[in-house]
Design a protein around this ligand. Structure first.
Ligand SMILES: O=C(O)CCC(=O)C(=O)O
Ligand SMILES: [Fe+2]
Length: 234
């Protein structure tokens, strides 16, 4: 389904000015009731829906993205509503999100710096539930001769603080060029490297204690396999 309107204009007031383009951070995108409802639905899913990875576990909804095309699966209504709500902001260039990853991080867990890859429309949107986290951004590894060896430390650029109930939208350079990750920490000291601090209500120098965070990563996979129904044919 195509979204009827594209109102990226409305998003403009949420742009994070001190980050490479483009980042939108929308505090309180959902209410506390919606947050409880979504957490309830996540934890209602059958045990078999969870995949345990090192440092987090996840649920995949909508199908498995594949270079030859994703075999689309129906997204349950409780997630579909948010796919449509976010898509109607124009986040996916008029298309509707068709893929959701649910990640659960216990206190102290995280995700290694990575790129999300070419199978997605170059926009990632994330709703955070249950706890804040710090999302860290890194320059990609370059292998030029004569350069000093690159470490995670000297490739680190900046962080974004995502509070519970917020929506984060990353596009363009922020999505396509930089790597993102979450350090496995129990506490976060908020420094000047956190470029969206002013829109979070948290003060510079404060330390926040992490709890269990569940994130909904909502995206559009452009290449979907058109399954031919071969029933009754040789
Ligand atoms: O939990 C998050 O906000 C990040 C998740 C992520 O980067 C991913 O699943 O690719
Ligand atoms: Fe990612």
């Amino acid at each position: 389904m195509e979204s009827p309107t594209c109102n990226l204009e409305e998003l403009k007031r949420f742009v994070v000015k001190d980050a490479p383009q483009t980042v939108y951070y929308i505090p309180d995108f959902i209410t506390e009731d919606e947050e409880s409802y979504l957490l309830q639905q996540v934890y209602k899913a059958p045990k078999t829906k969870w995949t345990q990875l090192s440092g987090r576990r996840l649920q995949n909804w909508g199908g498995l993205p594949h270079p030859r095309g994703m075999v689309a699966e129906k997204i349950p209504d409780w997630l579909q509503d948010y796919c449509e709500k976010i898509s109607s902001l124009g986040a996916f260039g008029g298309k509707t999100a068709n893929h959701v990853l649910v990640n659960e991080y216990k206190q102290g867990e995280g995700i290694m710096p990575h790129e999300d890859g070419p199978l997605y429309h170059p926009t990632v949107t994330t709703i955070s539930l249950g706890s804040h986290t710090l999302l860290d951004f890194y320059k990609p590894v370059s292998c030029r001769e004569g350069e000093t060896p690159q470490t995670e430390d000297n490739r680190y650029l900046l962080s974004l603080l995502v509070m519970p109930r917020s929506l984060l939208i990353l596009q363009d350079e922020m999505y396509q060029h930089l790597l993102h990750g979450i350090q496995g920490r129990t506490h976060d000291l908020l420094t000047e490297q956190v470029v969206n601090l002013s829109s979070t209500g948290v003060l510079l120098g404060e330390t926040l204690t992490r709890g269990t965070r569940v994130s909904l990563t909502i995206r559009h996979v452009p290449k979907v396999m058109k399954m031919k129904l071969m029933l009754g044919r040789k």
